[in-house]
Write a protein that binds this ligand. Sequence first.
Ligand SMILES: *[C@@H]1O[C@H](CO)[C@@H](O)[C@H](O)[C@H]1NC(C)=O
Length: 803
Amino acid sequence: MGSPFLFLLLSLSFSLPLSSSLDTIREGKSLSIEKSKDVLISTNGVFSAGFYSVGDNAYCYAIWFNKPSRGKNQTVIWMANRDQPVNGRSSKLSLLKNGNLILTDAGKFTVWATNTQSLSSVHLSLYNTGNLVLQNMEGVTLWESFDFPTDTLLPQQLLTRNTRLISSRSQTNYSSGFYKLFFDNDNLLRLLYDGLDVSSIYWPDPWLVSWDAGRSTYNNSRIAVLDTFGNFSSSDDFTFMAADYGLELHRRLKIDYDGDVRLYSWDEVGEKWVVSWQAIQRPCNIYGICGANSLCSYIVGSDRKCSCLPGFKMKNVTDWSYGCEPNFHLSCNRNESGFLLLPRVEFFGYDYGFFPNYTLDQCKNLCLQLCNCKGFQFTFKQEGGSSNCYPKTLLLNGYRSPNFKGDLYLRLPKRNIFSIAKFVQDFNLVCSSKGTVQLDRTYYKSRANGIVKFMLWFACGVGGFEIICIFLVWCLLSRTHQGSGADKQGYLFAVTGFRRFTYAELKKATKGFKEEIGRGAGGIVYKGVLPDNRAVAIKHLNETNQGEGEFLAEVSIIGRINHMNLIEMWGYCAEGKHRLLVYEYMEYGSLDQNLSSHAFDWKKRFDIAAGTAKGLAYLHEECLEWVLHCDVKPQNILLDSNYQPKVADFGLSKLQNRNLENSSFSRIRGTRGYMAPEWVFNLPITSKVDVYSYGIVVLEMVTGKGPTRGVHAIDSGGEPEPKTLVTWVREKRNGTATMASLLEEIVDPVLENNYDMGKMETLVAVALQCVEEEKDRRPSMSQVAEMLLIEENDSDSDHGVNL
Ligand SMILES: *[C@@H]1O[C@H](CO)[C@@H](O)[C@H](O)[C@H]1NC(C)=O
């Protein structure tokens, strides 16, 4: 395999040039900022502690990784005085005889101290773990840097009730920033935005109660720790594993200046840090990210974009966290204000109040009466008529979402409105991935390059003798690497644990594509087993003439989508004409294979309906790309070993049917019986097509009847009508007086009347709303998820749902 050699190389490279340095100082000694040799280096050569330049003649006492190699920016993991840098002359770190460790600025003021005392003599050592430790003669630890983290947690370093990670202000400004990772009073590990004017929790999602977020408040030990293999666990039950879990790499968990928490691991070949986990996938959900009076949006070519609201300009052109300020003066006089409509824009929080059933005019009047009303959020209700009004005292955490059912009305001086109103932008929502986000995922080039770079670097650093040794080792390495490149590559595809497979690997995993488990328009699905014993479903896409680059761009988007109710993609293969996708394998197969089973009780059906709604809602509204599925049907809803549903086959729009010229994709996907009317009539396609198909699936689960089969309503031509199931249920509803008797007539006889009436009512009511002919009368997927969630959480209630 060669990794022991690589390790040998690296340890050589770190220890040789530095062998004259110390890892320990004794009492009475000081380290001077002016002596470049006054740097502590851990015995393994991985960490250094010394004065680190943070600006023009400004220094912090810091610990950093010696990787990347010198010449580039070092990776700082701890700072003593991040908020009070010292002068580049005469500053010192001194270990006093009384046991105190102090940092003095320009020889005079103490800017930082450990405030320790000891009668016996003390010494300060930099450990191989990256911990800077002050101990006395008896070996008692008086102080250690692990107890005072800045923005980074190293393996084995505990995050406790007394410690928190605080982000730095920006990429180049190391002082304390606005984002914090800490245990709150409920024993939960949380992320907090503690900004210039306001503060709010943003992770886990603040509207989730702890158990919905998978957390427990009961364990008050408040401890979290990361191990070297990449497993993180916290006393509130939060855990995660690095995408490259299992490999003993250098790792660090950092709260970055953008408010996201990321786990990095060191890629020795590429000589860089790669992300192997991150807390937040959708950066617009990080509060305060764009400051006040601005909008966060996702754009092609980068992760997110901040922009000022119309009529506003950036307060500080180098820093979005200051947000935007108005270009105008707004007087309190109500006759001088007007409103500008910003469609589908939402701002979280800072409501003056909640005013239900307001008309637009009432809401406008309300806002005009309040001197500090900056505008209002106006959300529409389902059945037309009344709407909700939320006047805003502050415009923070703004973003645009195509499925947000509401608008923002921005308050502006009347005379400025027309000059400002250039802001008309709608979202391009079609069943293709137009307007999707290009992901910033790193694909690795050939490993030989890495080695060559490494050699060059090395040649500069060390003498000729080593070069010869290394050359010999490298020859060995490059020989052993051929043929085993693919499996070593696994950990390089960090962020999502997503990787590229060779065709040979997949052929082997499926034993020559033997076991077929599914077949659709897009391709054939086979069962396989990876070398690490994970079972996989491998979809061999039909031949296309799509280029590899385009394929990769698409696949990387799907690979990044991550939700418990969406099937996870583990990798892909693009070789010659072959295009394959590798998914997790679902033991219980698809919904349609289970529908007729007696074991398939009402509870499972309800949970599947709720889970599927959550998965689709995530696709539509929450994930970066606003993906429409366009082919929701029982065959595409898979069940795991707990009967949890996972929606499959999403995001494949561009991967399929490339070869059919001039056929816009949206007319190709979709299955008879599940397609919304607007599809058939060639009308614009929106996320409501998925809502319609979902409604049909729910009706199928309730009645046990297929969308076209088993219903005795046949149109004049003798052909089964696609909407017969819907028509049948509607007719039954119109013909029955009570919900109970309707349920009796339509509910799947297999259930033998063993079901919860309230929940079944909700399901039927929701499904019927979903299959409304008029798309605007259908709810959004997130509304569906919400309706079912409410029902799930209070099972004893007997809401009457009006049909
Ligand atoms: C609380 O969490 C800690 C750390 O994860 C664990 O060691 C301990 O057993 C937990 N206590 C209980 C009562 O679960």
